[in-house]
Write a protein that binds this ligand. Structure first.
Ligand SMILES: Cc1cc2nc3c(=O)[nH]c(=O)nc-3n(C[C@H](O)[C@H](O)[C@H](O)COP(=O)(O)O)c2cc1C
Length: 203
């Protein structure tokens, strides 16, 4: 059983969540877990102006994903920062390059799931994940979220991401907040949950 974690991260928040998703997925025995970044679409100059170059060095070792890797996976867990309540352009461009896979039905029946990050608590985490699901459904993915058996999403004693749609983290307006223990636990839960379902389907 193979689980691919495919993500974009500008300042490292989604990267940290992706690592936690991978940890969770690895808890399901005989699961091969691989992390991939989607291709960058911005120039170094623009990334520099956005203050992203230093942060991105920390995960530059993660291989860049090619769309033709997707059919080999039983599950794909996508991570994207929120951009105006939606997925980021880098992820959109990657998904828009999967037309040939769609034409062949190459992703039908795979498990798909999404996690996200936004600057503010109500800045569009749910709309980002739910609108991402539309593309997954067009591709025939079996969409999986974060069930309430992850009890950490019931917490009100601290500010936290995480909803039935998927794990998420609140990065802060300057990216100053990294994922909390509760948000990382949600990401680990989602990784394990998705891999567990994919393993059952693979049988
Ligand atoms: C163009 C742009 C649009 C953004 N739109 C939103 C938004 O709608 N809501 C929000 O809370 N944060 C928004 N953000 C903040 C990002 O979501 C935040 O930087 C990101 O989640 C951090 O994750 P990363 O470090 O993995 O890139 C936006 C950032 C940029 C650059």
């Amino acid at each position: 059983m193979k689980a691919l974690i495919v993500y974009y991260s500008m300042y490292g928040h989604i990267h940290r969540m992706a690592e936690a998703v991978a940890e969770g997925a690895k808890e399901i025995s005989d699961t091969q877990v691989e992390m991939r970044r989607v291709p960058e679409t911005l120039t170094e100059e623009i990334l520099g102006k956005m203050g992203a170059l230093e942060a991105q060095k920390a995960f530059s070792h993660v291989p860049v994903c090619r769309v033709n890797e997707l059919p080999s996976a039983d599950a794909v867990i996508f991570g994207t920062p929120t951009r105006f309540g939606n997925m980021c352009g880098q992820m959109r461009q990657f998904l828009d390059a999967t037309g040939q896979l769609w034409a062949k039905g190459a992703l039908v029946g795979k498990v798909g799931s999404v996690f996200t990050s936004s600057a503010t608590q109500h800045g569009g985490q749910e709309s980002t994940i739910l609108s991402f699901h539309i593309t997954l459904l067009h591709q025939g993915f079996v969409v999986v979220g974060l069930p309430y058996t992850f009890q950490g999403q019931m917490r009100i004693d601290e500010m936290t991401g995480g909803s039935p749609y998927g794990a998420s983290t609140i990065a802060g307006g300057k990216g100053e907040r990294m994922p909390s223990e509760n948000e990382l636990a949600a990401a680990r839960f989602q990784g394990k949950h998705v891999a567990g379902i994919a393993a059952k389907l693979a049988k």
